[in-house]
Structure formats: structure tokens, C-alpha cells
Design a protein around this ligand. Structure first.
Ligand code: NAP
Length: 544
């Protein structure tokens, strides 16, 4: 095997995680190769190019903090960044830190097998290349495998069919077309107003209405930008120790929603609805733990829907009733409900009568036949584990990750899994990941993993792997924390409930970004407590 094919670390994915990890590992003297299936860097922001695609975390917070010059120099044009802006930022980062030379594009990793004698991973790609690496790091994101719905006849459609998570690179022009959108999650809620403004007619097929609140996106002002850039060090530090990895525009009120008057609640919800963003969900400290408290906010939002959408039947259909507010990912929108007041938009309920089949010219449901030029599948992702399990990963004793996780993902800290030495998952299941500002969590994971690798090298440790007991305890803890909340009450992708046959358990860790960071730091400081280290005296590897 050539020297180029023998490296310290192989990283899969060149999105936010992979790019920063490559930068930091290289800076610390590790030879590293990155494989990326797209023909450019960007990850999520490379694939999700659907109309209206935008981040629902504010630009000033959804950006790297690791380089002071970068965060001071980069200028975000809007409060919430659009997909092209974020992609341009990631392309800039790749150039700025000279990352491209170690990234192989248009190449998927197909397998990674741990060789117990050599104590190295043998990684294979779809181009037939084989690489040997001491460390194998999946930086593949949490929502990167599109969920193609199993609707009969889907291959028969002769018009255009798109998935929001795998959108064409050239502009899709819906002008004059009859368009269908299937699904009403975040991707649909962002794209529906934009498609409706362009298409001749849009029909939206809804199985479950999602909760959505206005984003209130605005152009960035110099004052707002300065307010962040002048205090970046302090604000970033607060983000790192916060619950969600983000700072809220309107501070949470630290009392129960049930301990205030109806008038006070009304004012709190009105203020946060007007400010826009996720802040509504943290109006009171028990909206995500008490059904009664949650219902005060939920019924308030249902009233907003009814007062916005003119057709009462449509308004009724759009109002979620079957799961608490915020227990599926809360969506942020721009004119979503207003869009249903347009003459060229119709909402069709497919909860009462599912789609029977897709035909050559459209689809059939509830005794009605529709014709379309284009169908947009906004049907989501096999989230959190889908991409990890798509690669043939085999650990000790040829155990496959698929078999190990048959009943659901088991990890220690969402970073590693027992039986798979030196395999790391960036923002893996069991870490705050999707229940946090991804950027805060990505940076924390990348820095923890890099510190660990430096530490192992300094102490001549060859492999690191979680102990069974530590993994069991953490896996139970992730569920215990989730079970104290309302989250398990929704059939969400957090629970794996959107994919038929997928084990049902809450995958992200919701104990809080700050508390999680403390735990990870304490584990490292105690000589990687709960991990077994092979190749040297474990005590010597304590973090400094
Ligand atoms: P999603 O939230 O999983 O929504 C998928 C939608 O498709 C749901 O309405 C679902 O209905 C429907 N669906 C799935 N399979 C179906 C079928 N066979 N027949 C009919 N309907 C079907 O997916 P998403 O909208 O792509 O969002 C996924 C996540 O990506 C978000 O939660 C968010 O974390 C992230 N995201 C973020 C942003 C942002 O930053 N602004 C934007 C887009 C996405 P059911 O609810 O009944 O299952």
C-alpha cells in the first residue's frame, strides 16, 4: 500500500464537521484523507438546494467560531442564511485553509473493516481505492440519507420528480406548471411559499401538519452584526455552556407556564411570535415537559393559524392536534400559512385517505385523480443512523455496525461504540447533535476528538474503545432524559418513527449542550474514563 494510502485518519464527509476536523487534525500533525460523495464540499448545504432552503439558526450563530479572523471578516447578508450563502461560506473555508488537497470528491466510502492484528481500519471506496487508517471518523451529518417514500407506482411517473434532499444543481423552473408537494416538514414548509409563487398551481399532500412559527428573516444590519462581532468571545462562550448551543433573541422565562395568568402568557407568546424563531418554545420552563403547559402555547398557535388561513377547512387541517408543540422539529417559515390563501394552492389531507398510487401523469388519492408536471418529495431523511449504517462498517470479530445497532444505536457519549475501536462519529446518536445548534456541537466534537487523538499519540496508545458498562449506562441515560420530556409522544424522526421498521427510541441527547460538554471534558480529564485504551498505561493518558 502506498504512503498516500496509509494515513493516520480517514474522514467521511466534507460538510461543516469534516472540513473543521481535517483542518484541526492536519494542524496537529495527523495525516488525513477526506472522502466526499458530492462533487464539491458542503454536506447538507450541497445537497439541499430546494427553493427557499434556509437555515433556521441565526447566521451569526450558525458559523464556525474556531478562527477569529474568519468570524470577523465573513459577512452574512441576512439574519437567517440561505443555502447558497452557506455553501459559499463552506467553499470559502475550504479555500482559506487549503483543505481541498486532502479531499477526494465524488467518492463514497463503501466499507470500513477493523483489522485486529494491525489495529487499523481498511477503508474502501466506490472507486476501488483502499486506504489504511488508524482512525476512521464518520463526519456524515445527521440528515443526509433521503427517505424515498414507498408509494406504489412511484417509478411510473413520466413528469419530473424531485426530492428536497437531493435537488438538482441547475435552477428548476416551475413557471406554468402543475406541481405537487408531498410532505409538510421543514423542507416543505420552506419550499411551498416559493414554489406557489412560481407555479401555475400547487397541491400540497399532508399526512401530519407540522408546527411552524414565523422566522422573521430580515437583511443583516450593521448594528446587529456589530453587536455580535464586538462580543463574539463572550457570546460564543455562552453558547457553549447553554442548553441548546444558541442564544435566544428573547430570554426564556424561568417559571411554569401554568404559574402565570392567561394575560401574561398571551403577552409572552405574542412577543416571541413577533420576534420570530425558536424562542417561542422556551417561553416557559415546562413547555417541553408538561402537557398542560405545552397546550397553552399549542392552542395559542392554533389560534394564529385560524386567524391567518381564510378557508376554515384548510385552517383546521393545518392545525396540529396529535402531538405536543415542538416535539417534532419546530419549523420556521416565511408566509407558510398565508400561502394557503392563494387561489393557486390547495391542501389535500392524506391522513384520512392515503395516496393510493402515483400514475404516469399524477397521483390518485381519496377517489380523486390529479395530474402534475412535477412532483416534489419533501419526505425527509433516514436520520441519524441511516448514513452510518449504509456503509459496511465491521469492528472486532467482524461484527457489523448494523447488527450491533439492530435494536437502535448504542454509543458512549454519541462519540464511539463498543466493539469498534478508533471509530468516531461526529454528532452521532447519543450526543446533542440535532437537538442543538449543530455548529456548536460539531466544534465541540471535533475538538474533543482531536484532543483525544493527540493525547493517545503522546501516550503511545494505539486504540480507544468504550467499555460496555459505560456505553450501557450512557445509552440508558439518553433515554431517561428523553423520557422526562414530551418528545417521545411524537412520531418524529428523532424517534426513528418516520422510517418503517426502524427501532423506536429517542436518538439525540437532550440533557443540554453545556452539561454534555462538561461530561465529555470530565471523562477526558479522568484519563478517558469509561474507555478502554490499548497500548499503554491508561492512567498516563489523562487530559492535561
Ligand atoms: P421531515 O420533517 O421528516 O418531514 C417529512 C414530511 O414528509 C412529513 O410531513 C411526513 O409526514 C411526510 N412523509 C414522509 N413519508 C411520507 C409518505 N410515504 N407519504 C406521505 N407523506 C410522507 O423532513 P424534512 O422536512 O426534510 O426535514 C427534516 C429535518 O431537516 C428537519 O426536521 C430539520 O431538522 C432539518 N431541516 C432544517 C431546515 C432548516 O434549517 N430550516 C430546513 C429543512 C430541513 P409525517 O409527519 O406524517 O411523517
Amino acid at each position: 500500500m502506498s504512503e498516500q494510502n496509509k494515513v493516520d485518519a480517514v474522514i467521511v464527509g466534507a460538510g461543516f464537521s469534516g472540513l473543521y476536523l481535517l483542518h484541526l487534525l492536519r494542524k496537529n500533525g495527523f495525516s488525513t484523507r477526506v472522502f466526499e460523495r458530492g462533487d464539491d464540499v458542503g454536506g447538507t448545504w450541497y445537497w439541499n438546494r430546494y427553493p427557499g432552503a434556509r437555515c433556521d439558526v441565526e447566521s451569526m450563530q450558525y458559523s464556525y467560531s474556531f478562527d477569529e479572523e474568519l468570524q470577523q471578516e465573513w459577512r452574512w447578508p441576512e439574519k437567517y442564511s440561505s443555502q447558497p450563502e452557506i455553501l459559499a461560506y463552506l467553499q470559502h473555508v475550504a479555500e482559506r485553509f487549503d483543505l481541498r488537497k486532502d479531499i477526494t470528491l465524488e467518492t463514497s466510502v463503501t466499507s470500513a473493516h477493523f483489522d485486529e492484528t494491525a489495529k487499523r481500519w481498511t477503508v474502501e471506496t466506490d472507486s476501488g481505492e483502499q486506504v489504511s487508517a488508524q482512525f476512521f471518523i464518520m463526519a456524515t451529518g445527521c440528515i443526509s440519507t433521503a427517505n424515498m417514500p414507498d408509494i406504489p407506482g412511484i417509478d411510473d411517473f413520466t413528469g419530473n420528480i424531485y426530492h428536497t434532499g437531493n435537488w438538482p444543481h441547475e435552477k428548476v423552473d416551475f413557471t406554468g406548471q402543475k406541481v405537487a408537494v408531498i410532505g409538510t416538514g421543514s423542507s416543505a414548509i420552506q419550499s411551498i411559499p416559493v414554489i406557489a409563487a412560481e407555479a401555475a398551481h400547487l397541491t400540497v399532500f399532508q399526512r401530519t401538519p407540522h408546527w411552524t412559527v414565523p422566522a422573521r428573516n430580515v437583511p443583516m444590519t450593521d448594528e446587529y452584526e456589530r453587536s455580535w462581532k464586538d462580543e463574539y468571545a463572550e457570546k460564543r462562550a455562552n453558547m457553549r455552556t447553554s442548553m441548546s448551543g444558541s442564544l435566544r433573541a428573547v430570554a426564556p422565562i424561568d417559571v411554569s407556564a401554568l404559574d402565570v395568568t392567561e394575560e401574561e402568557r398571551e403577552e409572552a407568546y405574542r412577543e416571541r411570535w413577533a420576534a420570530g424563531g425558536m424562542t417561542l418554545l422556551r417561553s416557559y420552563n415546562d413547555l417541553l415537559t408538561s402537557e398542560a403547559a405545552n397546550e397553552t402555547a399549542a392552542s395559542w398557535v392554533r389560534q394564529r393559524i385560524k386567524s391567518t388561513v381564510k378557508d376554515p377547512k384548510t385552517a383546521e387541517l393545518l392545525a396540529p392536534k396529535t402531538y405536543p408543540l415542538g416535539t417534532k422539529r419546530l419549523c420556521l417559515d416565511t408566509d407558510y400559512y398565508e400561502t394557503y390563501n392563494r387561489d393557486n394552492v390547495e391542501l389535500v389531507d392524506i391522513a384520512s385517505a392515503p395516496i393510493d398510487r402515483i400514475t404516469a401523469t399524477g397521483l390518485e388519492t381519496g377517489g380523486r385523480s390529479f395530474t402534475f408536471d412535477s412532483i416534489v418529495l419533501a419526505t425527509g431523511f433516514d436520520a441519524m443512523t441511516g448514513t452510518l449504517l449504509r456503509v459496511d462498517i465491521q469492528g472486532r470479530g467482524a461484527l457489523t455496525l448494523k447488527d450491533k445497532w439492530q435494536a437502535g444505536p448504542r454509543t458512549y457519549l454519541g462519540l464511539m461504540t463498543e466493539g469498534f475501536p478508533n471509530l468516531f462519529t461526529i454528532t452521532g446518536p447519543g450526543s446533542p447533535s440535532v437537538k442543538s445548534n449543530m455548529l456548536t456541537s460539531i466544534e465541540q466534537h471535533v475538538e474533543w476528538v482531536t484532543d483525544a487523538l493527540v493525547n493517545l499519540r503522546d501516550n503511545s496508545v494505539v486504540t480507544i474503545e468504550p467499555e460496555r458498562q459505560a456505553e450501557d449506562a450512557w445509552t440508558d441515560h439518553v433515554q431517561e432524559v428523553a423520557n422526562q420530556t414530551l418528545f417521545p409522544k411524537a412520531n418524529s424522526w428523532y424517534m426513528g418513527a418516520n422510517i418503517p421498521g426502524k427501532p423506536r427510541l429517542f436518538m439525540p441527547y437532550i440533557g443540554g449542550v453545556g452539561a454534555y460538554r462538561e461530561k465529555c471534558d470530565a471523562v477526558a480529564a479522568a484519563g478517558y474514563e469509561g474507555f478502554s485504551l490499548e497500548g499503554s498505561d491508561k492512567g498516563a493518558a489523562a487530559a492535561e
